[in-house]
Ligand binder design. Sequence first.
Ligand code: COA
Length: 416
Amino acid sequence: MSKPLDGIKIIDFTHVQAGPACTQLLAWFGADVIKVERPGSGDVTRNQLRDIPDADALYFTMLNSNKKSLTLDTKKPEGKEVLEKLIRESDVLVENFGPGALDRMGFSWERLNELNPKMIVASVKGFSDGHHYDDLKVYENVAQCAGGAASTTGFWDGPPTISAAALGDSNTGMHLAIGILTALIGRDKTGKGQKVAVSMQDSVLNLCRVKLRDQQRLDRVGYLEEYPQYPHGEFSDVVPRGGNAGGGGQPGWILKCKGWETDPNAYIYFTIQGHAWAPICKALGKPEWIDDPAYKTAEARQPHIFDIFATIETWLADKTKFEAVDILRKFDIPCAPVLTMKELANDPSLRASGTIVEVPHSVRGSYLTVGSPIKFSDLKPEVTASPLLGEHTEEVLASLGYSQQEIFNLKEIQAV
Ligand code: COA
């Protein structure tokens, strides 16, 4: 079956997570993604946190499926020559090296544009060009701090906190994928390539936009009524950490269920959606709360919202998180069990939808990965194994017109 990105050739000059997440997504949708890696070592994640000696680490396999691997020393003249040939016939080059690395290698935007004016050059950096920190190298947690996530995550009496979700890495990669697809559509109209740049700080901040909303509300009125600090606690002049409070107009909290004393994940998230108040009262066996003036409106409930959550926890005490959700769903109450990675890995619905996929791998046996979170009516992305280091070197060089002897010579001088 033909795929939407069939025929799009991508030079994947990425490593670690932010860049590879972007190119993996495009590979699922049909792009021919050629990962260019340093001979001998390759992407550093091949070796990081290995669980099987001599087999590519899951960190690598889970971010590089459906790609080809070409080993090439792009600092040697022979390697640069190969890369130039590849550039001339590719549609996109994606990179997430440290600031200035591509320029130092001799492949500035100007040079790339000269080699192939139709090519889209896509970059991830920690900070945007011209930013006063644009010389910094950046990893995930650094970006979460720089983008506003850390200062607004966690509890008010604890330190700034990092999220387990890759807001800095994979999230930036998803932003970059949108930028690349936009530039490809633009190229159809203009015939010209362009530079697409996404910074990790900007991508984190984009996901924290409701916190910037809250900063402006706080500046204006001095309090934030949906935060646990309201109305009994204190507000300073910056958005506080709100624990597990709902971020929109619906109060919510993580509540204990049966077994919480021994199971650290025996919890549900419970949302008190304004118009669901009557069903909530019915579900909890508290019909008298429906018209009680102390409970009837969101405004009336807010001063004693934690007493309400405590009452719900009493109701939850003899129900597992799954039993509780099965009851609450009948009342149309937005809620979910707090699911562990083990539960998600074995979830039959996620297996059936292709969100959790088992991928065969020639060295490590099969492994689980997260498949495409985007579902289409006419495309079912198939996830194939990540490539071994240099697995496709000969194939790619031959497709560029190199003879077997030339390939042998390149190997001898270790340019590949
Ligand atoms: N052949 C020869 N050299 C190669 C090569 C190849 N195939 N591929 C990469 N290199 C070289 C680069 O030219 C560069 O050399 P230079 O620094 O001498 O110019 C070097 O390898 C890579 O440098 P860098 O990207 O800075 O690696 P690092 O390990 O020091 O830093 C990061 C890693 C992630 C911190 C950094 O790349 C970075 O800040 N990237 C941008 C932000 C980002 O994406 N971070 C998130 C990662 S999940």
